[in-house]
Design a protein around this ligand. Structure first.
Ligand SMILES: Cc1cc2nc3c(=O)[nH]c(=O)nc-3n(C[C@H](O)[C@H](O)[C@H](O)COP(=O)(O)OP(=O)(O)OC[C@H]3O[C@@H](n4cnc5c(N)ncnc54)[C@H](O)[C@@H]3O)c2cc1C
Length: 508
């Protein structure tokens, strides 16, 4: 067989790497990662993700070196890079994992397929997630997921190297592209070694906090697994995380409380692919409403000032501004706080999800297009099949940060504000403002809008739209395509005791 080119994408590991194993079985291998300028200058990409990927690649380099291989990194658009390489060192096969990415990577993959066809190169793509290409019906989805996750991980293959035609290229600096800098100084570190450390610390220690700890932004930092960036960039395979979790669930030393938490965690590993499947089945949901009956609801009302206040952590609602500040510094937030930010954007601030989604995508080191765009639409009420969830940021602060520890940590200016006024500083009497040294309107912004009134008006507009006949009639088609399935009673399959429950509500 001829030279086998392995194209690493969002699968930055050697272990359980089906594409690498397939390549190794067919001949001498070349391993390549391509830094695509068009990808990194897109509105959903950012330096913090780029820096994380660079760390993943360093780690991948070490993993491949241990197998006697070199990771080659080239910069350029994929078909151009493939063409140049093919001219120097013809390869017969291209190997990669399937990717459920944004519109740009989808178009790029179409171009790669065309290029392969024109050059007579065979492109073999492998599955790495429970996402199914050309899924005939959502009814069979869960069985596909179970099968893939139950299969043994692919062993690291013995690799034979092919000849690389060029000297190593320098890794490009982000600044060289003239794009906005954005470093997230407290973000997680990239790479499989860090991913494995995070997985082990979660399963062996932190998972006991999962139940009861994942909603408050204070406890979530350690109670959540923190595996999202390692799953999004493929430093860990989803299957190895599923199987390691099952093993911990079976261990006699795992107590009942932790076991409940781990079962909830397993459900989320299921959701990971369930949400990605939505984008795979309907790539257009990155750009347009999942339920077309909501078209025009917010699109023409874009309010640049509202967005600016949200983006710059100056809404005047302390929990919202604290979350945005944390996100700027760390590139991560727990689910509830992400949902609250989108809810605040979509309801009281009445912002369409698309621009807000780009901004948040850039903030998230773990940006995963399939999860992200599905969630953006779900939390904005444009799927037409989910219950409308409107998070009140003042109530959320009272519930999730009752002592104001989180708010004071991220917003030093409010540290001396007494508990009574901390979540609604604008209500603070002038004498208290003078006492604590915070003048509202000068040191702390007035709320961007009247929360109660703006939320009422938003809900009324959404409900009016939802109650129209065309919107009600079109709902079933969205359910058929995207909603999870409840098996009819009597046909329910027996699950092994540790497997997650199938997603049974329309909310997922
Ligand atoms: C508006 C919005 C945008 C989001 N964008 C992303 C994104 O770009 N990338 C991303 O990985 N997650 C996204 N999420 C889902 C979720 O918030 C994160 O997966 C989670 O906070 C990551 O932290 P963790 O790994 O500690 O989570 P854990 O609770 O430990 O969950 C483990 C894993 O399960 C998956 N998962 C957890 N919650 C969800 C969920 N609700 N839907 C789908 N999969 C889930 C993730 O892969 C996660 O790493 C988004 C949520 C919202 C509301």
């Amino acid at each position: 067989m001829g030279t086998q080119l392995v194209w690493f994408k969002r699968d930055l590991r050697v272990h359980d790497h089906a594409a690498l194993a397939q390549a190794a079985a067919q001949g001498p291998v070349l391993c390549l990662y391509i830094i695509e300028p068009s990808y990194w200058s897109a509105p959903d990409a950012s330096q913090r993700q780029f820096d994380f990927v660079r760390e993943c690649l360093r780690d991948l380099y070490r993993q491949l070196k241990a197998c006697g291989q070199v990771l080659h990194v080239l910069t350029g658009e994929v078909t151009e890079v493939l063409e140049q390489l093919h001219q120097q060192q013809a390869f017969s096969h291209l190997h990669s994992h399937q990717e459920t990415g944004n519109g740009l990577t989808y178009q790029r993959d179409l171009a790669v397929a065309q290029w392969c066809q024109a050059r007579g190169v065979v492109w073999q793509e492998q599955r790495q997630h429970g996402v199914v290409r050309r899924l005939p019906s959502r009814d069979v989805w869960s069985d596909h997921w179970q099968q893939l996750m139950a299969a043994p991980p692919v062993p690291t293959p013995a690799l034979q190297s092919a000849q690389w035609p060029w000297a190593p290229q320098a890794f490009p600096e982000w600044q060289a592209w003239g794009l906005p800098t954005d470093q997230a100084p407290e973000r997680q570190t990239g790479g499989r070694s860090e991913g494995l450390r995070t997985l082990h610390s979660f399963l062996q220690d932190r998972s006991s906090q999962y139940r009861g700890g994942i909603s408050s932004p204070l406890s979530a930092e350690t109670a959540c697994s923190r595996l999202s960036p390692y799953l999004s960039w493929g430093c860990l395979s989803l299957r190895e995380v599923v199987q390691a979790t099952e093993q911990t669930l079976r261990a006699p030393s795992t107590d009942a409380w932790t076991r409940k938490g781990l079962n909830a965690f397993m459900s989320r590993l299921h959701w990971h692919c369930h949400f990605m499947q939505k984008l795979e089945s309907e790539p257009a949901i990155e750009h347009r409403n999942m339920h077309r009956g909501y078209d025009g609801l917010r699109e023409n009302d874009w309010n640049a000032e509202h967005f600016e206040r949200l983006r710059t952590a100056t809404t005047g609602w302390p929990l919202v501004d604290a979350c945005v500040t944390m996100l700027q510094h760390t590139g991560w937030l727990n689910f509830r706080m992400r949902a609250m930010l989108v809810s605040v954007a979509a309801y009281p601030l009445w912002l369409h999800w698309r621009e807000v989604g780009h901004w948040l995508a850039r903030q998230f080191v773990d940006y995963e297009p399939g999860i992200h765009w599905s969630q953006m639409q779900m939390q904005s009420g444009t799927t037409g099949i989910n219950t409308t969830r409107v998070y009140n940021p003042i109530k959320q602060a009272q519930d999730q940060d009752p002592q104001g520890v989180f708010v004071r940590r991220w917003l030093p200016v409010l540290r001396r504000v007494p508990d009574t006024w901390l979540f609604e500083p604008w209500k603070m009497p002038p004498s208290v403002q003078a006492q604590c040294g915070v003048t509202v309107g000068r040191d702390w912004p007035l709320p961007v809008v009247d929360l109660a009134e703006a939320t009422r008006s938003a809900k009324a507009q959404l409900h009016a739209r939802r109650n129209t006949a065309p919107v009600r009639q079109a709902k079933q088609a969205v359910v058929d395509k995207h909603a999870s399935r409840k098996r009819p009673e009597g046909t329910r399959k027996r699950r092994p005791p540790t497997a997650p429950k199938a997603q049974t509500t329309l909310d997922f």
